[in-house]
Design a protein around this ligand. Structure first.
Ligand SMILES: N[C@@H](CCC(=O)N[C@@H](CS)C(=O)NCC(=O)O)C(=O)O
Length: 202
C-alpha cells in the first residue's frame, strides 16, 4: 500500500502534521506544496483541498484537510502514546486541540505577522502589543493547566501537547514575554526541543 502522503511546507501549519508523523515513527511521503498559484492554488491541489490551504493528507482512500483533524486522526490510527487509550483523556486531547485554534491561534497569527513575517513597513507595533495583552488570559489558563504537571493530559507527552505547542511556536517566534507564564515557557521549550519536532522542521 502506498504510504501516507503529506502535502505542504514545513514552514507552515504542515509542521504540525510532520511533527506528529515523526513522533509516531511511521512511513510517509512529504509532497512540498507551496502557497501560491503553482501550489495551493493549482487545480491538482484544489482537488485535494478545495480550500487551497496546507496541510492536507491522503491516506489510502481518505483525503483530509485541517491540521488538527489530521493530527487527531493519525494519533488515533496509530496506537501508542500520542492518543490516550481511555475516552476521558481522549476527550481532553480533543479539548486542547480545539482550545488552541480558538483561543490562541488567531491572536498569535496577528502577533506573528506584525512582529516577524510582514515586511517592516507593514507592521503595526501597537496592534501587536494590544494583541499580546489580550493573549494574557488564555496564556494564564495554559500556565495554570501546566502548574505542577509536565504534560497537558496524563503522565506523558501526547497529541494535546503537540497540537498546542505547535501553535505556541508562533509565540516564540513573535517574542512573547513569558515572564508571567513560567510553566508555559518551560513546557514549550521541552516540547519544541523534542527530536521529532526538530526533524519536522528540516
Ligand atoms: N485551519 C487550517 C488553516 C490552514 C492554513 O491557513 N494554511 C495556510 C498556511 S499555514 C495556507 O495554506 N494558506 C494559503 C492561503 O492563504 O492562500 C489548518 O489548520 O489546517
Amino acid at each position: 500500500m502506498s504510504p501516507l502522503k503529506i502535502f505542504g511546507m514545513s514552514k507552515s501549519r504542515t509542521f504540525r502534521v510532520l511533527w506528529m508523523v515523526e513522533e509516531l515513527g511511521i512511513e510517509y511521503e512529504h509532497i512540498p506544496v507551496e502557497i501560491g498559484d503553482q501550489g495551493t492554488g493549482s487545480a491538482e491541489f484544489l482537488s485535494i483541498n478545495p480550500n487551497g490551504r496546507i496541510p492536507a493528507i491522503q491516506d489510502g482512500e481518505l483525503t483530509l484537510f485541517e491540521s488538527m483533524a489530521i493530527n487527531l486522526y493519525l494519533a488515533r490510527k496509530y496506537p501508542g502514546r500520542m492518543m490516550p487509550d481511555n475516552l476521558e483523556d481522549e476527550a481532553r486531547v480533543v479539548q486542547w486541540s480545539f482550545w488552541v485554534v480558538n483561543e490562541l491561534e488567531p491572536g498569535l497569527l496577528t502577533l506573528l505577522r506584525h512582529r516577524a513575517t510582514y515586511p517592516e513597513d507593514q507592521r503595526d507595533p501597537q496592534l501587536a502589543d494590544t494583541t499580546e495583552r489580550e493573549l494574557a488570559r488564555p496564556l494564564a489558563v495554559l500556565d495554570q493547566a501546566l502548574t505542577g504537571k509536565s504534560y497537558l493530559v496524563g503522565e506523558h507527552f501526547s497529541a494535546a501537547d503537540l497540537n498546542v505547542a505547535s501553535v505556541m511556536a508562533w509565540a516564540k517566534a513573535s517574542k512573547v514575554d513569558f515572564r508571567a507564564f513560567p510553566h508555559v515557557a518551560a513546557w514549550m521549550e521541552q516540547c519544541l526541543g523534542r527530536p521529532a519536532s526538530r526533524a519536522a522542521r528540516r
